[in-house]
Design a protein around this ligand. Structure first.
Ligand code: OSB
Ligand code: MG
Length: 370
């Protein structure tokens, strides 16, 4: 496979409403749509980095810089036999996982299209349908979150994840349990807002039958998380701390978590995501697919990876309409049944790009060839 041309379009996609977490508030996506071309076929990927370095160190601008300066030249000048070779080609470049993933996941789509199979099948996926949950931001009051959750439960979402932060935690979970009972599949995501100094407070969360607590401690920690997990019956799930297969191996070995959130962008692409999936399967650690407010392109990659067997917990890949007035793919990502997305069986990601929408959102466009 020889990549002849790469195109980047920078898009501004407004969220229907602001989303708040302990790491700050988002009102729009500012992201890159990447196309890779070979022998008449085109594969698509997206950069999931935020405009600001508050989730991880990457930003839309650093991704653009890394793509232009290092990653695209490497891809255009190298020869690859399969998408797995892209990760190998990029391996001398340290970190910058989201930049790598934008390009690597596009090559996976291209590869599947050239073979005439779905991306899910190319990855070894086995499911035709996936169950999905939804991530719910911090609001002005507990009642406001309860009202939001009310709607998502009615929509049929299979898991409710609420964002928590110090001062907006126990009362929130208590309020949700009071309103929806103990059987609501509920979890909390702290985005690293706590430290072991707040151990007693975190331990209080153990009384609410949560499916898991996601990334309570530092974004770069696996040692304190292990100490915490050993004192909690609620599973700890790692998000921010896991960037590679090796990170996952060490976290499992230390007992830092019982569940891992796999985000394709955070781990540098689909090849690494699949490797982490396989490792977790071998260690009886269930995984689920996290989200980064993806457009339909990233959503399609998430759906494809979620079709692998160890994605046994509903992920954050909600429908397009959760965040977007109009998505950049057609058809939009919609439920096949309440809380269930069909895994597309058409070639590649299985969605077409809606170029009218892309044109309306586009603020920059560049093309690179040898
Ligand atoms: O921590 O999972 C997270 C969004 C941006 C950055 C980090 C996270 C999130 C979400 C929303 O929780 C996930 C989504 O709905 O796409
Ligand atoms: Mg998270």
């Amino acid at each position: 496979m020889k990549i002849e041309k790469v195109e980047i379009k920078r898009l501004h996609l407004p969220l229907k409403e602001a989303f708040e977490a302990s790491i700050g508030q988002q009102t729009k996506r500012d992201f890159l749509l990447v196309s890779v071309h070979s022998e008449g076929a085109v594969g698509y990927g997206e950069s999931v980095a935020m405009p600001t370095p508050f989730y991880n160190e990457e930003t839309t601008e650093t991704v653009l810089y890394m793509l232009e300066t290092f990653l695209i030249p490497k891809l255009l000048s190298g020869t690859i036999e399969s998408p797995e070779d892209v990760a190998r080609l990029f391996s001398p470049i340290r970190r910058n996982q989201m930049a790598k993933s934008a390009l690597e996941s596009a090559v996976w789509d291209l590869h599947a299209k050239q073979k005439g199979i779905s991306l899910a099948r190319a990855l070894g996926g086995t499911r035709q349908e996936i169950e999905v949950g939804v991530s719910v931001g911090i609001e002005k009051s507990v009642d406001a979150v309860v009202a939001k959750v009310e709607g998502f439960v009615a929509d049929g979402y299979k898991k409710i994840k609420v964002k928590i932060k110090p001062g907006f935690d126990i009362a929130l979970i208590e309020g949700l349990r009071k309103r929806f009972g103990d059987s609501l599949p509920l979890m909390a995501d702290a985005n690293s807002a706590y430290s072991l100094d707040q151990l007693d407070l975190i331990k209080e969360l153990d009384d609410y039958n949560l499916i898991m607590i996601e990334q309570p401690l530092a974004h770069d920690d696996i040692v304190d998380h292990a100490r915490l997990q050993h004192q909690m019956k609620t599973p700890i799930c790692l998000d921010e701390s896991i960037h590679t297969f090796e990170d996952a191996r060490r976290a499992i070995e230390l007992g830092s978590c019982k569940i891992i959130n796999i985000k394709v962008g955070r781990v540098g692409g689909l090849t690494e995501a699949k490797k982490i999936h396989d490792l977790c399967l071998a260690h009886d650690v269930p995984v689920w697919c996290g989200g980064m407010f993806e457009s339909g392109v990233g959503r399609a990659h998430n759906i494809a990876i979620t079709s692998l067997p160890n994605f046994t917990i509903p992920g954050d890949t909600a429908t397009s309409s959760r965040y977007w007035e109009r998505d950049i793919v057609t058809p939009a990502v919609e439920f096949a049944k309440p809380g269930i997305l069909a895994v597309p069986d058409g070639p590649g990601i299985g969605y077409e790009i809606n170029w009218d929408v892309v044109k309306a959102l586009q603020v920059m466009e560049k093309s690179y060839s040898q």
